[in-house]
Design a protein around this ligand. Structure first.
Ligand SMILES: [Zn+2]
Length: 315
């Protein structure tokens, strides 16, 4: 059985259970002024209790999707994981470029240098201080997810350097890549670029598909082998019936193996422990009930939450 690296050590992929494929458990804005204040959440005790409640409701593992320089704090993540006894899959790589100041090392480092930094985060351990990659000590936790961000402006020369470095690491180690997208992203160019660098689509998650709610786009991406991540169920728009009908169509058309669900609770206001809503346990409790009412079967939910993440990590 293939294993993956988590904050609780190596775990057999068939023991992950229900996987929230894109979330932000800890978001530490102390070193990055571009992260809005209402995104900061670092209270380990509060957050651990909510993550433990998610586990008690039936949750299994969570991908923490904050990469290098965008609010990741590996020490607080490790602590939260030990307190809640939930394994987190940690992310290396980068968020969209607007999160990085002009003097961040990603601007000046070469593609090879960046690939070496990412490789070491996956093989040796995540950097405790990723703003100084060559001086920093490492956590014993290793990354098992890579990330890049693409916005409506597409892939700039800098973005292309990062994507190449991420692809080199992912291809060498067989680690999945999640891609932050937004409405207006030139998806055709993105896919052509991924194909030109020979990144296996079966290991790529295209994120925030509910924001680009377009069945034709979803069909095209899933048809080429990409995973589609939906996390808009906790947001007011699009409506849950609209999302559910898209998910049902994807399953009806044979693309059910591409669908992944997530919370993406980046804002503090989504966390119950900070007085917000709907809270992390919602994903396991009320959401499944709402979706069952909207005609999504239990079999489909199990495939999305349990089977599809297993297949992704075994590819
Ligand atoms: Zn996110």
């Amino acid at each position: 059985m293939k294993q993956i690296n988590t904050t609780l050590g190596r775990i057999d992929i068939d023991r992950l259970g229900k996987v929230d494929i894109h979330d932000h458990i800890i978001l530490d804005g102390s070193k990055n002024e571009t992260i809005p204040e209402d995104f900061h959440h670092i209270d380990v005790d509060l957050i651990s209790r909510e993550v433990a409640a998610w586990k008690a409701a039936g949750g299994g593992a969570i991908v923490d999707s904050s990469p290098i320089g965008a609010g990741r704090n590996i020490e607080l993540l490790n602590e939260t994981s030990v307190h809640s006894q939930v394994p987190f899959i940690v992310t290396s790589g980068f968020h969209k470029l607007s999160y990085y100041e002009k003097d961040h090392w990603l601007n000046s480092a070469s593609e090879t240098e960046i690939a070496e930094i990412l490789f070491a985060e996956c093989e040796e351990g995540v950097l405790l201080n990723d703003s100084r990659p060559h001086q920093s000590k490492r956590s014993t936790t290793k990354a098992n997810m890579l990330k890049i961000g693409v916005d409506a402006e597409g892939i700039s020369p800098l973005g292309s350097k990062l994507l190449n470095a991420v692809a080199k690491t992912g291809n060498l180690l067989g680690i999945p890549l999640m891609i932050h997208t937004e409405p207006g992203v030139p998806f055709d160019t993105l896919v052509d670029t991924l194909e030109s660098i020979k990144f296996d689509p079966n290991r790529v998650i295209i994120c925030h598909m509910g924001k680009s709610l377009d069945l034709e786009l979803h069909r095209a991406l899933a048809g080429r082998g990409y995973y589609l991540e939906f996390d808009e169920m906790v947001r007011p728009s699009p409506s849950l019936p609209k999302l559910a009908s898209t998910i049902r169509s994807l399953f009806d058309e044979g693309f059910g193996g591409a669908v992944l669900f997530a919370g993406d609770l980046a804002r503090r206001g989504y966390w119950s422990c900070y007085g917000g809503s709907p809270g992390l346990p919602f994903l396991i409790t009320s959401l499944d009930e709402f979706l069952l009412d909207l005609g999504i079967s239990q079999e489909i939910l199990d495939k999305i939450w349990i089977e599809n993440p297993q297949t992704l990590f075994s590819n």
